[in-house]
Design a protein around this ligand. Structure first.
Ligand SMILES: CC(C)(COP(=O)(O)OP(=O)(O)OC[C@H]1O[C@@H](n2cnc3c(N)ncnc32)[C@H](O)[C@@H]1OP(=O)(O)O)[C@@H](O)C(=O)NCCC(=O)NCCS
Length: 157
């Protein structure tokens, strides 16, 4: 069976409805979507989307700086953030593909260590991240609640 082609491209303003739907399905706030699109277009906090047959079905961002320098330091440590895939496109490898894509983009920007964080109860995300070699290293309160942090040293190639 052949799968429909998946493309990954930088986010555009007309992706906003799909991004809001992803965040709504995940139970996340929607108010950051316009600011994130603007930041990505300005070359800050880059965001990419996955499109399946032309429809936007997933997103991922890289955050280069965080108040905690162990999480992102503006140099060689950065965060893979806001990974989400529409429920209608789940379990087709899109989340994994977006994470690997973000790793390649981060490496090209000189990042050596990537970090991630999610709720300790998010079994799907933890399985995805641990399957890609990320390892848990701490828990910390964030604005949205308790987060488990994972990290991985990128292979230099
Ligand atoms: C987590 C999420 C991004 C996974 O996206 P996806 O495209 O469905 O995931 P993939 O198909 O790439 O799955 C990769 C691996 O993740 C794990 N996984 C994904 N969904 C899972 C689920 N519902 N239950 C258990 N494991 C799951 C599996 O290990 C899977 O590998 P396998 O299919 O070979 O078993 C998606 O469920 C989502 O958007 N959830 C809401 C937002 C969120 O929690 N984001 C991440 C936390 S910051």
């Amino acid at each position: 069976m052949s799968s429909p082609p998946l493309t990954i491209r930088p986010v555009r303003p007309d992706d906003a409805p799909a991004l809001r739907q992803m965040r709504e399905e995940a139970g996340w706030d929607l108010d950051k979507v316009p600011a994130w699109i603007a930041a990505s277009l300005a070359g800050e906090r880059p965001t990419w989307v996955a499109a399946l047959d032309g429809a936007t079905v997933g997103m991922v961002s890289i955050e280069l700086i965080d108040p905690d320098p162990e999480v992102a330091n503006g140099e060689d440590v950065a965060v893979v953030a806001s990974l989400s895939v529409l429920m209608s496109a789940a379990r087709r490898g899109i989340g994994r593909t977006l994470t690997v894509f973000a790793e390649e983009q981060a490496r090209a920007r000189g990042v050596r260590v990537l970090t991630l964080n999610t709720r300790p109860t998010n079994a799907a995300a933890l399985a995805l991240y641990e399957g890609l070699g990320y390892r848990r290293w701490k828990q910390q309160e964030r604005s949205w609640g308790l987060a488990v942090f994972l990290r991985k040293t990128l292979a230099q190639g």
